[in-house]
Design a binder for this molecule. Structure first.
Ligand code: PAF
Length: 288
């Protein structure tokens, strides 16, 4: 695996590879790699001639500085995992390389409602910083395909919009959520859970499954069951565990993230949850 640390080098390498007719897939990460990331690398390998993975813990997307300080850094083991997964190039830039003029975002892109709701409400500024770095990375790596996980549902939607707004010739491929044996969505933050919190964390996916069942029942009873009742019951279910601080449980239109009024058999919906447990913030979602 080749390691490249500068924008100039990754960009000229990408241009040269494209001239040879090679298809490039790109997996941006903040490191602390787990099987979810590796599934993105494997999907990229399957669809492209080469895979580039970036590891960059982006300071501008952490609205909470303590979260940034605590973000796990496991570079040695990340590199072993990337080599084992047959990643071709690791792009490993420094903060100065990505933000030579400082970190102020002078022209944030307006993603409207999509970025202001849910995560946008609880993590103000997060999506500005995320979109800022993803755009820089996409311009540097200039891939054909970008791979992201469905676990960060809203993030993937915003990146799709970013590609559209900035007229980048890149196709976003969103890959399914990877789960632990008990169903917990894989996340770099899971390593920060103590034993008791780790055992309880599975209640998040169980709540999502209970929403899916309720939506199924709702579709059958002609839409009498109200979405807000399903949401309320799901919040109550999770909040009944005193270990959780629930930030949101929401059932939204899967294409716009706007609230849905009525359940029908053709409703294209997604349920999303954010909750804190043992000082760790976890998110998860499920298409309904
Ligand atoms: O999902 C992540 O790990 C980050 O938000 C990303 C896309 C690498 C941008 O820093």
């Amino acid at each position: 695996m080749q390691i490249i640390k500068t924008i100039k080098d990754i960009n000229s390498q990408s241009i040269a590879l494209k001239k040879e007719g090679k298809k490039i897939g790109f997996v941006p990460t903040m490191g602390a790699l787990h099987a979810g990331h590796i599934s993105l690398i494997r999907e990229s390998n399957r669809q492209n001639d080469l895979t580039v993975c970036s590891i960059f813990v982006n300071p501008t997307q952490f609205n909470d500085p303590r979260d940034f300080e605590k973000y796990p850094v496991t570079l040695e083991s990340d590199m072993q995992k990337l080599i084992a997964a047959k990643c071709d190039i690791l792009f490993l830039p420094s903060v100065h390389e990505m933000y030579p003029q400082g970190m102020k975002n002078n022209s944030p892109i307006d993603f409207g409602y999509m970025a202001g709701t849910l995560e946008g409400e609880f993590r103000p500024g997060h999506f500005d910083g995320m979109a800022q770095i993803v755009e820089k990375l996409l311009l540097a790596v200039a891939p054909h395909h970008l791979y992201m996980g469905q676990k960060d549902y809203q993030q993937a939607m915003i990146c799709k919009e970013l590609i559209k707004k900035q007229k980048l010739k890149i196709k976003l491929v969103t890959c399914p959520i990877k789960r632990e044996k008990d169903g917990l969505a894989m996340s770099s933050r899971n390593v920060r859970l103590d034993r008791a919190s780790r055992r309880k964390a599975v209640e998040i996916v169980k709540t999502l499954r209970s929403i899916k069942r309720a939506m199924g029942r709702g579709a059958k009873d002609g839409g009498r069951l109200e979405i807000k009742d399903i949401e309320r019951k799901a919040v109550e279910r999770l909040a009944a565990f005193p270990e959780f601080q629930v930030e949101y449980v929401a059932i939204r239109d899967a294409r716009t993230l706007k609230p849905i009024k009525k359940i029908s058999a053709t409703t294209h919906a997604v349920a999303l949850i954010a909750a804190r447990i043992g000082g760790v913030r976890l998110i998860d979602n499920m298409l309904l």
